[in-house]
Design a protein around this ligand. Sequence first.
Ligand SMILES: [Zn+2]
Ligand SMILES: [Zn+2]
Length: 720
Amino acid sequence: MSNLFVNVLLPLPFDKPFTYEVNAEIAADIAVGNLLKVPFRKKELWGLVVEIDVKLYEFDSKQVKEVLAKNQQVKFDEKLIEFIERIASYNLAYKGLVLKAFIGILNSDKIKKPNFKAKIQEIDVQKFALKKLSEKQQKIADEILQEVEKNQHAVNLLDGVTGSGKTEIYFAVIAAILKSHSNFSSCHSDTPNCHSEHKQRILFDKIRDLTPEILRYAQNDNEMTQDDKEGVQDDREVVANQILILLPEIALTSQLLKRFEEQFGFKPELWHSKISKKEKREIFYGVISGSIKVLIGARSALLLPFKNLKLIVLDEEHDSSFKQEEIFNFHARDMAILKAKIENFSVILSSATPAIESYVNAQNEKYRHFVLDSNFNEQKSDIRIIDLCREKLPKNNFIAAELRKMVIENFEKNQQTLLFLNRRGYAPVTLCKNCGQKVNCPNCSSYMVSHKKSNKMSCHYCGENQKFSSDCKFCSSEDSLIDIGVGVEKIKEEVESFLPQARIALVTSDSVTNFDEAEELINKISNHEIDIIIGTQLIAKGYDFAGLTLVGVVDADSGFYASDLKSMERSYQLLKQVIGRAGRRKEQGRVFIQTYNPQNLIFEKIIKQDKAGFYNFEISNRKNLNMPPFSKMASFVVSAFEEKNALNFAKKLIAVFPFDENIELLGPAQMPILKLKNRYNYRVFVKTSKKINLQKLIIDVIKNLEIPTNVRVKIDIDPQ
Ligand SMILES: [Zn+2]
Ligand SMILES: [Zn+2]
């Protein structure tokens, strides 16, 4: 028998697969999409078969190594492989690294013979107790469902404030999908009774019958009979519909989880960076076997090998944490929509303040736009601006007299207050009153932020920590350091000075580090064991606290000075979210915004509650400046330990792009933090008209460019 060779994509920074030889036992039923364990350098790695029956011309077959094992439970289908390839090509990431995001958990397993146990969700549709929707909400849910059932790609934007019923609408859609049980994709238009009760029953029973099978493989995956293997084949056809809900802050999902459990009678699985490897492995197998139907996760959950996804919901879709760099850079919203296109299913985007891109897509009817009005705040919040230029704050005070008075009054009325400041720690700058030097980070061009509670100075960019000292390291003066500016800890001190009896909670990523802490804190606030919440943007997202009636924005200006494309949009979204926490019940909410720039257009739009006005203004701005989404954009961040090396290469990069009226280069400009972890960072933007293939342009330019070894270049498509 002649030898069989296959090409295997490995979870490493390569685009090209590697060739391996397959022994007769594995060769019998090998296919594209199988996962194989292969030797690579000194390691053994799981990789993905992307080509079988490879002909060897160039190699000596003796140099080709042999496959070690095949994973009997997991097979990636064509569409999943296409998804991996398209994520790689859109984001200019190595295919191997994208694969790593999908199967990393298999390779991180130290266990020689992994226990292939899949998590199983028991769903009893009889236990569903969904809230009754209003007529309008029901109509929207029905419209979304119609598209879901057609198995066509559709994107739905649910646009309405918290409390307007966005969650209830997508819950209704999820319930309907779960109740249908059947696999829509196995239906054909010529079988009209495909969804009949009877057939659904059979399918459901079949799924149930198969569940123990999945478990049985777990115990003896080496001793599979031919019948067992056919069982696996069958399983593929009857697998139930799956639903993925993506959230920006998984640590703060307790309210959504609670609502989900109350209405569905079961717990959805949770996927985020803090769950254990064992749990991750069980979810991986649960997702690919179809035994997990509903998963709530952070952005990385999108890179799980779902068997039969029918719906992705992105809650708080505008949130910038949907785009972040992990193994490679990608935007979870855009990639979710790409996946839905490949596999023909629906996406629901939900937000009170949609991203400009989503809003424009809705205006252009690429997305279906459902605008919801609020159920409560019929009495809209009373919003006032405090002009800090006129109101002279006493030294080391950061809360104006008017706001202070309101905080006290609100406390006396036994109502809750939120003071919002998007700055962790005690003070952002510490300065020596003798020599004038500021305490900076040894690795970055940033100041060390003092944290009184933990008695530390820390860099919020690289994580450098030092013990707090009040002596100056520059001039050796003793006790000469003074703090400048304000962080949440200092606000807490100020509130304690005029309301010592109030129960105060700080809500920042320093005080809330995991899911349990978040849940405990949210419960405390809900049960009114807290009077005053002082928090960063962590507290701004989608919470509903009935007793919260006063919001004070301590410094509304901090976002405006950022020079990036989205700073206005982000400031608006954040302010709207913070304001949205006030007065969500019968009591009218009051909001005070402290600013040195009261003439900023954002405040006018916010006071008038003129959301469309803000979006139209921002969209026409982008249009006039030919900025995304009216053009395409990518950024290059060039970094080096020597500043001149980074700057020189950034200049060279600009020079190698072709002259073309459709291509515009911006920069090089220093990054907001020029020195980060001892590397100097310069950025170059390339902006093109929409007809240019931006990815191809970049690849063509880069391939002719030699990148010096002392320079690092990071490419980001659609920088945020
Ligand atoms: Zn000094
Ligand atoms: Zn630093």
